[in-house]
Write a protein that binds this ligand. Structure first.
Ligand SMILES: Cc1cc2nc3c(=O)[nH]c(=O)nc-3n(C[C@H](O)[C@H](O)[C@H](O)COP(=O)(O)OP(=O)(O)OC[C@H]3O[C@@H](n4cnc5c(N)ncnc54)[C@H](O)[C@@H]3O)c2cc1C
Length: 392
């Protein structure tokens, strides 16, 4: 086998790339572990596109994986538990209540603030001598050979590797360079996010409320504040962005109601355009695409990063027994092991997004029946909760 500078090069040090580097660094003993380069374009300073004002709902299964990677000890103090979830539709009676007690769990999941999480994860990365963290640097180009890939970095340096992983996010340059076909669906919606303070305790409860304008999610971030994800048509979200703070709070209160208390103030607002993008084939010759580079989902069910985490753990598993980490048989095993979960999660999230956004008025009755059945038939509810918790 040809000699290479690295066994594995990861392009992109957001949540997916950084956690993947930690997962792969733990595969074997220090003596024969993989030599890994993690390349990130933007240094972590006060603001970073991958570690911004968003808060992620981490499913219970994701928390277990983070514990296995030894990173939960630095993340748990930045995370808030979700013990109850309340799902409802504005103006209609049917609702679903889910409680951690019903499933004998301490929590259904946790809400993690991305900005401080970035620093905490990077503090773990420096502890591994088999990881070279090259930042700021960028993967500019690649040349494929039979046994290796040559990767040209922005500083004109070229490194060789057996396996190249793109965790570059939704605009992955490697995906474009390889001309990999991608499935796209524009939801014609934006997500508006901010932190909302309320006048009563959150009681560790998350809220998902569907309205004719789009879904509203409130995720508990602390004793008296929630992370808000409010999805609507881009025109409406642009006008909400420009409202003075009190008018914005009033609009939100009108749409959401008073179930979670009175909204008293909020932090800076930001918007994200929403689309479904996924690669039918997330492997190529000595290349794997992971995280948002492979699948970007609607945030309605909070599944995007949770799916990426399951991909990371599966890749750790198959690479654990590999002589050549870029060999086709190894990458094929990874792809086969992830097919069902990826298809189910993408299908589940898109169906939910479509049911509660694009076909809102035409599907009112089936939706109400669905919510009612789910709350009253334990089997249906368990299947839904299993998917949402990331238990496979
Ligand atoms: C509003 C909103 C709410 C969400 N809520 C949830 C939730 O509750 N639960 C959940 O599971 N998911 C949620 N998601 C999805 C989640 O945010 C993403 O799945 C996750 O952050 C993707 O991380 P990533 O590392 O794959 O990509 P990114 O965060 O985009 O990171 C990519 C990184 O690669 C770097 N990069 C790019 N190109 C190069 C290059 N050529 N060379 C080197 N570096 C490069 C970038 O600088 C960046 O740091 C939400 C998404 C949105 C928009």
């Amino acid at each position: 086998m040809a000699t290479t500078d690295y066994d594995i090069v990861i392009a992109g040090g957001g949540m997916t790339g950084s956690l993947l580097a930690l997962a792969l660094a733990q595969i074997s003993s220090a003596a024969d572990s993989y030599r890994i380069a993690l390349i990130e374009a933007i240094p972590l300073k006060t603001s970073h596109p991958a570690f911004d004002g968003r808060a992620l709902a981490l499913a219970d299964g994701t928390v277990t994986s983070l514990q296995q990677l030894g990173v939960w000890d630095v993340l748990k103090n930045l995370a808030h538990p979700i013990k109850k979830i309340h799902v409802s539709e504005k103006g209609h009676a049917a609702r679903v209540h889910i409680s951690s007690d019903e499933y004998a769990l301490d929590a259904l999941g946790h809400v993690l603030e991305l900005a401080p999480a970035g620093f905490a994860i990077q503090s773990k990365l420096v502890g591994y001598k088999q990881i070279d963290f090259l930042c700021p640097d960028k993967v500019e180009d690649l040349a494929l050979e039979e046994d290796l890939i040559r990767v040209r970095l922005s500083g004109e340096k070229t490194i060789s590797t057996r396996l190249l992983i793109s965790a570059e996010g939704v605009t992955s340059a490697l995906r474009s360079k390889l001309s990999l076909p991608i499935e796209k669906h524009d939801f014609k919606q934006n997500a508006l996010i901010t932190t909302i303070y309320v006048d009563k305790p959150t009681r560790d409860q998350a809220w998902e409320r569907f309205t004719p304008e789009g879904p509203i999610a409130l995720l508990p971030l602390g004793k008296d504040c929630f992370s808000l994800v409010w999805c609507h048509h881009p025109e409406l979200s642009n006008s909400l962005m420009s409202l003075p703070p009190n008018d914005f709070l009033q609009q939100l209160q009108q749409s959401f109601g008073f179930h979670a208390g009175r909204f008293v103030r909020h932090t800076e607002r930001a918007i994200y355009p929403l689309s479904l993008q996924y690669l039918p084939q997330s492997i190529y010759h000595r290349v794997v695409l992971l995280g948002n580079a492979a699948h970007q989902l609607h945030p309605v069910a909070g599944q995007g990063f949770n799916l990426a985490m399951r991909d990371i753990m599966a890749l750790q598993d198959v690479l654990g027994n590999a002589d050549d980490p870029g060999a086709y048989s190894v990458l094929r095993n990874y792809r086969e092991s992830r097919k069902l979960d990826q298809a189910t999660t993408i299908g589940f999230t898109s169906a939910l997004a479509s049911l509660f956004t694009e076909q809102y008025s035409s599907l009112l009755l089936p939706r109400q029946i669905g919510l009612m059945l789910m709350n009253n038939i334990p089997f249906l509810k368990r299947q839904f909760v299993k998917q949402a918790l990331g238990h496979f």
